[in-house]
Design a protein around this ligand. Structure first.
Ligand SMILES: *Cc1c(COP(=O)(O)O)cnc(C)c1O
Length: 459
């Protein structure tokens, strides 16, 4: 079909006109030309199909260009009460860490000595901060994440030899990833010892031999075995490993560097090293409260062996993570630890204030550590109890508000919400209620009954 003079498609503005339009250019400053072209083409296509009149093309483009942030990740107010929520990006960075990341984002002296103009050791600042925070360690290395630290350690220490591990510590850390598979994927052989519920010192000693690369002790950070159980603590394992000349590696997961009063049962790197572990592994974005990173702390010669291994290059930390680790450790208490140590009375007073503005009841609600520590440890607290139907509307607020849907209610726990955002959260609830009240019929929120609980998280 040939378009004649009357064909409205002839009135669709041309691509070069649209791309050159001052308003499109201004609104599109934050995006690449390819992305803007895509938006222009989509609007023209809609007009060609007759979905919109040609006169509306520019308007549609301006709306799309204006709405689109540079990335698709959106900020969230975590009102679940789960502190290290993997689905919500684990640890929120402290203000100083955010600034450090921003400063390091351009050219930076990550491997350069500005005084001499010579090359310098990568990550020296993060290393110094780790050693200051954990003086029990002789040396430290930062890699991409906890899993990378584990693969690097077991591969560098065992090669294709054996990694001795208790059957009670063969854990899956989430999304189907299992630590034993991870270790084996780089060539080491797992030497399983003991049983699911009980492992004894003799199980380890029987397994040690010429082929042993290292003994691995993994903190079962996401579940607990209770009842008829026994495991061998680091302090007992250490002398046996030392005598056999086999390194003892402790994967703690959580990232606590020193004992934490709020979590007395949780292991920490300083104590594990003092008790005789040769190497400790932790995540940067769990209770350490920093960026995604794998933290390795321990004996000088072992860290040196790891740093020299070819895999070290494949798992190295980027400059942004190094900057954030350093700032997290040298700055004030990071948000994760602040949320963990929240004074219950203060949290209650704050919750009641917000609830009063919303005319909503306050109910008891336990917070959780979440990924990487304090499995099953309830952190007593409170939540604002709202209508269940608000959950969906709150998730589409800006910033998005994510609560927990439970027993027909939407619960908002302020433990992990920065206090400075209480007003934002209150306004989001008010706006969500207004939207619901104005929504056409029950169909608009008929999905509410099938709402998933958002308090679930996987490491
Ligand atoms: C979380 C965790 C890991 C994995 O760390 P990532 O930083 O998520 O890669 C490994 N071991 C233990 C014990 C953990 O808790």
């Amino acid at each position: 079909m040939v378009a004649d003079e009357q064909d409205p498609r002839r009135r669709i503005p041309r691509t070069d006109q649209l791309l050159g339009h001052p308003q499109v250019r201004a609104a599109g400053e934050a995006m690449s030309e390819r992305v803007v072209r895509g938006i222009v083409r989509a609007a023209q296509d809609r007009a060609r199909r007759g979905d919109i009149p040609p006169e509306q093309v520019l308007e549609e483009i301006l709306a799309a260009v204006g709405e689109r942030p540079a990335g698709s990740l959106r900020p969230v107010l975590n009102a679940t009460g789960v502190i290290v929520h993997t689905n919500l990006g684990r640890a929120p960075l402290s203000e100083v860490a955010r600034r450090a990341v921003s400063d390091a984002a351009g050219y930076t002296d990550v491997e350069f000595d500005l005084a001499t103009g010579a090359r310098s050791r990568r990550g020296a600042g993060a290393r110094a901060a780790l050693l200051a925070a954990c003086p029990q360690a002789e040396d430290a290395l930062v890699v991409n994440n906890g899993a990378a630290a584990l693969v690097l350690a077991t591969t560098a220490l065992a090669g294709t030899g054996e990694v001795v591990l208790s059957r009670g510590e063969m854990i899956e850390i989430g999304a189907g990833f299992r630590l034993p598979d991870l270790i084996a994927s780089a060539g080491a052989q797992l030497r399983e010892v003991g049983t699911t519920n009980r492992t004894h010192l003799a199980d380890y000693t029987d397994a040690l031999g010429a082929n042993t690369g290292c003994v691995l002790s993994i903190h079962t950070s996401n579940y607990r075995i209770i009842g008829f159980t026994s495991s061998v603590p680091i302090a007992q394992l250490a002398p046996v490993c030392r005598e056999a000349g086999v390194p003892l590696v402790a994967d703690l997961g959580s990232g606590l560097l020193q004992p934490e009063q709020a979590l007395p049962e949780e292991p920490d790197a300083g104590t594990a090293l003092r008790e005789g572990a040769d190497l400790v592994i932790a995540s940067g974005d769990k209770l350490l409260g920093g960026p995604q990173a794998g933290i390795l702390l321990g004996k000088r010669e072992i860290i040196a062996r790891l740093a020299r291994h070819p895999l070290a290059r494949a798992v190295r930390a980027d400059k942004l993570a190094l900057a954030a680790v350093e700032a997290t450790l040298t700055g004030p208490t990071p948000p994760v630890l602040a949320a963990l140590r929240t004074d219950p009375r203060q949290l209650r007073a704050r919750t009641e204030q917000v609830a009063a503005r919303l005319g909503a009841p306050v109910v008891e609600h336990d917070g959780r550590v979440g990924g990487g520590g304090g499995a099953e440890v309830p952190l007593p607290g409170w939540a604002i109890q709202l209508e269940e139907q608000l959950a969906t509307a709150l998730r589409s607020a800006d910033p998005a508000v994510v609560g927990t849907v439970k027993d027909g209610a939407c619960l908002l726990d302020l433990r992990c919400v920065p206090q400075a955002q209480d007003d934002t959260l209150t306004q989001a609830v008010i706006a969500a209620r207004e939207r619901l009240a104005g929504a056409p019929g029950p169909g608009a929120h008929s999905r509410a009954g099938a709402e998933p609980t958002t308090g679930e998280e996987q490491e």
